[in-house]
Design a protein around this ligand. Structure first.
Ligand SMILES: NC(=O)c1ccc[n+]([C@@H]2O[C@H](COP(=O)([O-])OP(=O)(O)OC[C@H]3O[C@@H](n4cnc5c(N)ncnc54)[C@H](OP(=O)(O)O)[C@@H]3O)[C@@H](O)[C@H]2O)c1
Length: 270
């Protein structure tokens, strides 16, 4: 090969290389952004329904649950959404595991961190006179401390996303004003765990507002899941409750951060 054809070959290689780089840049600029949600307690009930509906919306979902091997519905969903659904082991009371997962996923944006996992503690364990205080510790660990620890560990992932939201599924049972209407003497652990959760999230909302992160709470209303088994009142289907909550989450921004939104879009009184 003479010098002229060598020069020509080199020029062609450089041109192709620059062309490819430019093409890549153009592609990433023109491709629509795919938001990601990370959901706790995603294997059943409301968490599973959130997973389904966010996937249907085209989002990426990091679905976490305590025992992925037994999460049959999630594993089946994975067959239809191999690129958009990842299933990760996570018990929200295991702080070491939360930190480990946050490290494992470092650099991955989480647009909506969705604290959904929750337990009631069982109504018979929280009757005045025979309180089971070990159960109270468990309820607080899952419903109250878990969401705070998740927010702390996944703050960089939320901060690095476009939508920047930390959302927790609370309950109108945590509303003190509503308790005066509904009456007392029941679900002491569950109700107070959600009231404390609300204060934690308001506190966090006020701190993170200037950093562009919105924090909010959503209430599904009485919803037909394992959580409510045997209760004798009308309940909404998870499909309906979750569609309502997704719409309400869309309406939570830094402008109305600390919102506590009922399924019908109205604020829940504190
Ligand atoms: N259903 C309602 O009417 C209603 C009303 C108001 C608020 N909520 C709230 O909605 C949320 C979801 O409730 P749900 O009705 O879907 O209840 P559910 O059907 O009983 O599901 C609860 C979910 O939480 C998970 N979970 C429990 N402890 C956990 C832990 N330590 N770490 C990680 N995950 C854990 C469960 O996982 P396992 O399968 O491993 O146990 C399950 O995936 C809760 O926060 C609840 O307080 C529900």
């Amino acid at each position: 090969m003479n010098n002229l054809s060598k020069l020509f070959t080199n020029l062609l290689t450089v041109t192709l290389f620059v062309g490819l780089m430019f093409n890549d840049q153009l592609r990433s600029e023109s491709e629509p952004y795919t938001p990601t949600t990370m959901i706790t307690g995603a294997n059943r009930g409301i968490g599973l329904e959130f997973t389904k509906q966010y996937l249907q919306k085209g989002w990426k979902v990091i679905a976490t649950c305590r025992t992925p091997d037994r999460a049959d519905e999630l594993n089946n969903l994975k067959k239809n959404y191999p690129d958009h659904l990842s299933i990760m082991q996570l018990d929200v009371t295991d702080h070491n595991r939360i930190d480990e997962l946050a490290l494992q996923l470092s650099g991955i944006p989480v647009d909506v961190l969705l604290n959904n996992a929750g337990i009631s503690g069982g109504s018979s364990n929280q009757i005045f006179g025979t309180m089971d205080y070990k159960v109270y510790e468990d309820v607080l660990a899952v419903n109250t401390i878990g969401p705070l620890k998740m927010a702390e560990a996944f703050y960089p992932h939320v901060k690095g996303s476009q939508l920047k939201k930390i959302i927790t599924v609370s309950s109108s049972e945590g509303s003190i004003e509503t308790a005066f209407k509904r009456g007392g003497g029941r679900l002491f652990f569950y109700r107070s765990s959600k009231t404390a959760l609300n204060m934690l999230m308001v506190n966090l909302a006020l701190q993170l507002k200037s950093r562009g992160i919105a924090v909010g709470m959503v209430n599904p209303g009485a919803t037909d899941t394992d959580f409510m088994t045997g209760l004798p009142f009308p309940m909404r289907k998870p499909e309906v409750a979750v569609a309502d909550m997704i719409r309400n989450i869309e309406n939570i921004t830094v402008e109305n951060t600390a919102a506590y939104i009922n399924y019908n879009g109205k604020p829940v009184p504190w």
